[in-house]
Design a protein around this ligand. Structure first.
Ligand code: FMN
Length: 206
């Protein structure tokens, strides 16, 4: 089983990476393979809603989103990490998630997801809520921890000093491994994935 952990910061080895690495280390200790996927430091455009990805399976924009979507198909779980930028996820991660999820819920359904946020001081819970919304519209079980999944610090060294935050990351890794093992045990025992009704899509008035 494999978890893809997405670093939504342009800082490849910054605070968000430090938090994600702690989750990854714990997952590895429980026998789960991990990959930290960097969205990178080049601009990521927002979704134009053009529907190209739905028709062709690929976004016409040339950045890390297509690469991620390909990997997502074979992943068994996801952790999306973001630095807090003005009490929200980074603009780049927001654009990334919009395009990685739009019209692609099937890639994520029934696979556990978790949000991780990193901030200097404030806006962490708003950012956490924002990221969790991608999971709750995609039939994904959400993995929680002993506290909301956040670390505090402006540098990786400061994040490491946030002992409660780092423990929260380890607990998240432990909980995620357990949930994934339970899902696998269910599969092995012949428990089928949920069958769902054909989706009704209304715009409230029609
Ligand atoms: C544009 C920008 C906006 C920020 N806004 C906030 C904020 O609202 N609250 C906060 O606590 N920290 C804020 N920060 C600080 C970062 O969230 C914090 O340093 C984070 O841990 C950096 O993570 P990284 O090293 O993975 O990029 C901001 C940083 C930047 C660059």
């Amino acid at each position: 089983m494999k978890v893809l952990l997405v670093n939504g910061s342009p800082n490849q080895k910054g605070c968000t990476y430090t938090a994600l690495s702690e989750v990854a280390k714990t997952l590895n200790q429980h026998g789960i393979e991990t990959e930290i996927f960097q969205i990178g430091a080049k601009p990521i455009g927002g979704c134009l809603g053009c529907g190209t990805c739905i028709k062709t399976g690929k976004c016409f924009m040339e950045d890390t989103v297509n690469e991620f979507v390909e990997k997502a198909a074979s992943a068994d779980g996801f952790v999306f990490g973001s630095p807090v930028h003005y009490a929200a996820a980074s603009g780049m991660l927001t654009s990334f998630l919009d395009r990685a999820f739009y019209g692609k819920s099937a890639l994520y359904a029934d696979k556990p997801g978790a949000a991780v946020v990193s901030c200097r001081r404030g806006g962490a819970t708003a950012t956490f809520d924002q990221i969790n919304k991608y999971f709750t519209i995609s039939n994904m079980p959400i993995v929680s921890s002993q506290y909301w999944n956040m670390v505090h610090g402006n540098t990786p060294e400061e994040v490491i000093q946030d002992e409660e935050g780092m423990q929260t990351m380890r607990t998240l890794g432990t909980n995620m491994a357990w949930l994934m093992q339970c899902i696998q045990a269910g599969k092995d025992a012949g428990i089928a994935k949920p069958t769902r009704e054909k989706k009704i899509s209304t715009n409230y008035i029609r």
